[in-house]
Design a protein around this ligand. Structure first.
Ligand code: ADP
Ligand code: ZN
Length: 361
């Protein structure tokens, strides 16, 4: 099986790239899971499509497999749902040797991982991401957790999986809107890490939109490679890893104000378009670069502007982010394509300019 390694210094694990679930048994056996118990955590959309296939693929390895299903959606990402997982694990006599797998998108992976990090002070965890967004971003790097009240991801941990198993054919059943949202994070990697990759996306956009398998595998693998490097250097998000937040500062603010209307990837798209305005005014990118990025985002049916918001409210909301330290906003700016500048030296005027650049009306 094709794989790459994530090495954080404290731990190392593989990410497998496949087009089926057939290799799961081999991956699990390599971890010494023969004869152990497995709990597959999945949501109400994904479980009916894939839980049986995954169980079938793994039944020769584990002594017992149970599927724990929660109601799909970000609204479920709470401590109450986690409590339900603990009840399920205890009722089914799971113990410290048991394994928890997250089968689904980012919401599933974050919660399965949080349950794995905390149940019995930590049991083995594996990621089987089924959304593009989770495959290129959230399943790699070990961030797990839940939302708390209106605060996103504020309760959580760094807890690395034993492996990440990516079956790219799961993208075929993904709703179109979710595919687009994943593309926002894919495009993000081009801007922050690699002009070559960005060019690849521009050149192959038709094929990508048509879910051409070779292209999809290439882009998912490339994103994971880039993320593996960043996470390897900065497991706990205190430095380099911040570049992954490109487009997320303003994106998160829009997400907070447009909750239940726009999904994460769409807000990242708006955030990327906005922050490009600061780079352009500073002469770090050209007007053509900005137009090209917006064109590419639009091609993948992503928004590059948003209506019904006031600039002042967005600005206020920026300070609610958990990434704000000592009252200072942190920004990742594009410095050309494929390079970034991390800075907290951005004036209110620049931020307001960026926000106004994406507000409609
Ligand atoms: P994300 O990965 O974007 O963070 P979610 O975990 O909320 O977000 O997944 C987005 C939505 O897509 C959810 O409704 C989830 O049930 C659904 N979903 C996830 N993977 C698939 C798939 N492969 N096929 C169909 N629906 C899926
Ligand atoms: Zn993101």
């Amino acid at each position: 099986m094709e794989n790459i390694k994530v090495d954080t210094g404290s731990t190392a694990y593989p990410i497998y790239f496949t087009e089926s679930f057939e290799g799961l048994a081999e991956a699990a056996e390599k971890c010494g899971y023969k004869g152990r118990k497995l709990c597959i955590v999945s949501d109400s959309n994904v479980a009916p499509i894939y839980a049986k296939k995954v169980s079938e693929a793994l039944k020769g390895v584990f002594s017992e497999i149970k599927v724990c299903i929660f109601k799909a959606g970000e609204k479920s990402k709470t401590l109450d749902t986690i409590k339900g997982f603990y009840d399920f694990l205890l009722e089914n006599k799971f113990d410290r040797k048991s394994v928890i797998a997250g089968l689904g998108g980012g919401v599933t992976g974050d919660m399965a991982g949080f349950a794995a990090a905390t149940f019995m002070r930590g049991v083995d965890f594996v990621q089987i991401p089924t959304t593009l967004l989770a495959q290129v971003d959230s399943s790699v790097g070990g961030k797990v957790g839940v939302d708390y009240g209106s605060y996103k991801n504020v309760v959580g941990a760094f807890y690395q999986p034993k492996f990440v198993y990516i079956n790219t054919s799961t993208i075929d059943t993904l709703p179109k809107r979710e595919f687009s949202a994943g593309m926002a994070e894919v495009i993000k990697y081009g801007i922050i890490q690699s002009e070559d990759f960005y060019d690849y996306l521009k050149i192959n956009k038709e094929k990508i939109k048509a879910h051409d398998k070779e292209c999809l595998t290439h882009i998912i693998r490339s994103c994971c490679e880039m993320k593996a490097v960043v996470v390897g250097e900065d497991e706990h998000d205190t430095g380099l890893r911040e570049i992954l937040n490109y487009g997320h500062t303003i994106g998160h603010a829009v997400e907070g104000l447009k909750e239940f209307e726009l999904i994460h990837g769409e807000c990242v798209s708006i955030g990327m378009a906005a922050v490009m305005d600061i780079s352009e005014k500073r002469g770090m990118v050209s007007a053509d670069d900005v137009a090209e990025l917006k064109g590419l985002l639009r091609y993948f049916d992503l928004p590059v502007s948003v209506g019904g918001l006031k600039a002042e409210d967005v600005y206020e909301q920026l300070f609610h982010d958990k990434k704000v330290s000592s009252g200072k906003l942190k920004f990742v700016l594009a410095d050309g394509i494929g390079k970034t500048l991390r800075t907290s030296e951005v004036s209110k005027e620049e931020v307001m300019g960026a926000v106004n650049a994406v507000l409609e009306g």
